[in-house]
Design a protein around this ligand. Structure first.
Ligand code: 5GP
Length: 342
């Protein structure tokens, strides 16, 4: 609906390579015909479901298509422009720095290129403020995690405030968070904000207890935190006591089959308890969605009024890692853009 598209929005959970649109994907495929990749392999269309493991296979295909500085600049700019076109006024983009020997890409250059894309969008007047979270893929283990944190630390100091935090993501069935604690602690101590995927699958209770002691500044998914789905009261109590916002991605969880249907999404559990919830896309390209659609789905599934949807988008400002002055600027914009019909 028009309402969801028109209201200003905040996107806090978007993985760069999962956010590449169909149109951009077609361009990448045309650039690399020798890979022989069909666009049907890079997205999960409406009505389709995949296991989480299959979703991670999709990222592998996309990574083959996005492996040079030129590719990264193109996809990052396109993704930022697409979020802006959907009414997102503040975006926190995250991505895992990758080294690609074939194209001579280094992890440092990877991050610099994304920062360049953010800079170019600003220069071109795209109406969106963008910040960046450096992502740690848990699959790569503790040494790479530490190396990534050091890189993130450097960029936090040199990027004029664009790099604000660290993400922990990647296949939740691989590795244990315990081994990554030293890296995450270091990140926290040097002032990087932490946005951690937690309890995305049922088997992560013990790990989540440990991660919550850091504690994280935001939680990605948190699908299996609450006791009704095998989590625990102790996990829920900690999250509530610390008031840690949840990044909730409805379509992603349905298509990745960690949640059986929209009406069973844990948004309901946390929203009812008035816990800070932020609606996000996760991977708008892979899951064929956008933030307006996610707002619309939440509203229609849980019977949210337009006023309630507006509040969700406004509260998201305060769950962001933006500095106080930018939060105030965004508040101001929200006041100007508030529809008269509300
Ligand atoms: P990139 O970091 O390459 O820009 O974006 C893709 C990567 O984000 C994936 O390889 C994976 O590490 C991470 N990612 C994307 N979506 C999800 C998700 O739903 N769950 C988890 N745990 N990781 C994800």
């Amino acid at each position: 609906d028009l309402f969801y598209r028109q209201i200003p929005k905040v996107e806090l959970h978007a993985h760069l390579n999962g956010s590449v649109s169909f149109a951009t994907m077609e361009k990448l495929i045309a650039r690399k015909p020798h890979l022989n990749i069909e666009s049907s392999r890079t997205a999960i269309h409406s009505g389709q479901r995949r296991s989480l493991a299959e979703c991670f296979q999709v990222f592998k295909v996309i990574h083959q298509l996005v492996d040079s500085e030129e590719d990264i600049l193109m996809v990052a700019k396109a993704v930022i422009e697409e979020f802006a076109a959907d009414g997102v006024k503040y975006l926190e983009l995250r991505s895992t720095p990758r080294e690609e020997t074939k194209t001579g890409l280094s992890k440092r250059r990877y991050i610099e290129t994304i920062l360049e894309a953010i800079h170019q969008c600003k220069q071109e007047g795209v109406d969106i403020d963008v910040r960046f979270l450096v992502a740690v893929d848990r699959r790569n283990g503790p040494e790479v995690a530490m190396e990534t944190v050091k890189l993130a630390e450097d960029f936090m100091l040199s990027s004029d405030g664009v790099v604000v935090g660290l993400d922990l993501s990647g296949d939740p069935t691989v590795g244990h968070g315990k081994d990554l604690l030293p890296a995450l602690q270091r990140a926290r101590n040097c002032g990087l904000k932490l946005a951690l995927h937690m309890c995305e699958v049922p088997s992560q209770k013990e790990e989540s207890e440990l991660l919550l002691d850091l504690p994280p500044d935001r939680i990605g998914h948190g699908t299996f935190l609450h006791p009704e789905v095998g989590g625990s009261d102790s996990l829920v109590d900690k999250v509530r006591k610390l008031n840690i916002p949840l990044e909730l991605c409805l379509t992603s969880n349905i298509k990745g089959q960690t949640v059986p249907s929209y009406d069973k999404h844990h948004f309901q559990y946390w929203y009812e308890r008035q816990h800070p919830c932020v609606l996000c896309t996760d991977d708008k390209g892979v899951f064929c969605t956008d933030l307006s659609q996610e707002y619309h789905l939440a509203a229609s599934t849980f019977g949210l009024s337009q006023e309630a949807v507006w509040s969700l988008s406004q509260q998201a400002i305060h769950c962001s890692f933006a500095p106080e002055a930018l939060k105030q600027k965004l508040e101001q914009r929200w006041a100007e853009l508030r529809p008269h019909t509300l």
